[in-house]
Design a protein around this ligand. Structure first.
Ligand SMILES: Cc1ncc(C[n+]2csc(CCOP(=O)(O)OP(=O)(O)O)c2C)c(N)n1
Ligand SMILES: [Mg+2]
Length: 324
């Protein structure tokens, strides 16, 4: 099941937005305006856009530290997201969560967290809650190939399968866990095969192809809505930038990165498909310029916003008494 041309244009726009947003964050990071670290998903945008297009606002999404594209594709406000990057009070966590805790419950985006595999137990709970409440709602989690080796991943998959909860496990296999190539972390590089241990339906998808990604997630959503339980999707992809900003990337060759950039850039692939369907280059440029304008507006909004007042430091955080 492919996307209509309108849907593909929508996907293209969501991918352009994610990329423009992260490039702007990179710029702001270099200026010292974004603090901490920055984990970009450049090269992995089709996984996010294809998934979001298969979901409703009421469906839940949980992501991790590499989740800018996921949350933007699912509809987080770019202004609130950028203000959060800059630690401003108008941010989606009032400036206190940063990049790694983006959330927007009105769009079904649960607060992200940076614990590798931390989203998997949460998604089982979120899916179970929807099932117990009789809601027609699915819950999706994104995690990486490294996270697939965590114990929590397997506990979560086991429970999801036995309880038949409407959860979708999307493992973005970008071939590296921080600086470690997948060949050094596991003997079987097809991570989808692990789902068989839980009798969970699983599929491997070329996640640089937004249509393929959308088709795989749509099938999983249909199964979940029918009450048939969870699905595991291995989204094969590649990050075109370092693990985090400042990563010198000495663990992989420049040729490898260049080959993925030249052959498999998901935005270019979607653009080529649109051109083949008769969309003009000028239309594509207009979509991309629209994304740039949204990001410029978000950055201006964020820069003009105040920092949270220091009196707010313990508001909305867990257990500040532990510090006393
Ligand atoms: C429990 C835990 N262990 C270690 C880390 C440090 N860490 C941050 S990202 C990362 C690599 C995860 O790789 P992968 O799951 O493949 O995701 P990717 O970064 O490639 O998207 C590690 C080890 C962490 N955040 N949480
Ligand atoms: Mg990885």
């Amino acid at each position: 099941m492919g996307l209509t041309t309108e849907q593909l244009k929508d996907a293209y726009g969501r991918m352009c937005l994610a990329r423009a947003f992260e490039r702007k964050c990179e710029e702001l990071f270099m200026q010292g305006q974004v603090r901490g670290s920055l984990h970009m998903s450049i090269g992995q945008e089709a996984s996010a856009a294809g998934t979001a297009l298969a979901l409703r606002d009421s469906d839940l999404l949980i992501t991790n530290y590499r989740g800018h594209g996921h949350a933007l594709a699912k509809g987080i406000s770019p202004r609130a997201a950028m203000a959060e990057m800059l630690g401003r009070v108008t941010g989606c966590c009032k400036g206190k969560g940063g990049s790694m805790h983006w959330t927007d419950m009105s769009k079904g985006i649960l607060p992200a967290n940076a614990i590798v595999a931390g989203g998997l137990p949460t998604v089982v709970g979120a899916a179970l809650a929807g099932k117990l409440d009789g809601l027609d709602r699915v819950a999706v989690v994104f995690f990486g190939d490294g996270a697939a080796n965590q114990g929590a991943t397997h506990e979560a998959m086991n429970l999801a399968a036995i309880w038949k909860v409407p959860a979708i496990f999307i493992c973005e296999n970008n071939l590296y866990s921080e600086m470690t190539p997948i060949g050094k972390t596991t003997t079987n590089k097809d991570l989808a095969e692990r789902a068989a241990a839980y009798r969970m339906p699983a599929t491997i998808v070329d996640a640089n192809d937004v249509e393929a990604m959308h088709a795989a997630v749509s099938e999983a959503v249909t199964r979940a809505r029918r009450g048939e339980g969870p699905t595991f999707i291995e989204a094969k992809t590649y990050r075109l930038v370092g693990h985090m900003i400042g990563d010198s990337q000495i663990y992989r060759s420049k040729d490898e990165v260049e080959e993925w950039r030249a052959q498999r850039d998901p935005i270019r692939l979607a653009g080529d498909k649109l051109i083949a369907r008769g969309v003009t280059r000028a239309e594509l440029d207009a979509i991309s310029a629209g994304a740039d304008a949204t990001v410029a507006d978000a950055a201006a909004f964020a820069s003009a916003s105040a920092f949270p007042d220091v009196s707010e430091i313990f508001v909305d955080v867990f257990e500040h008494n532990a510090l006393n």
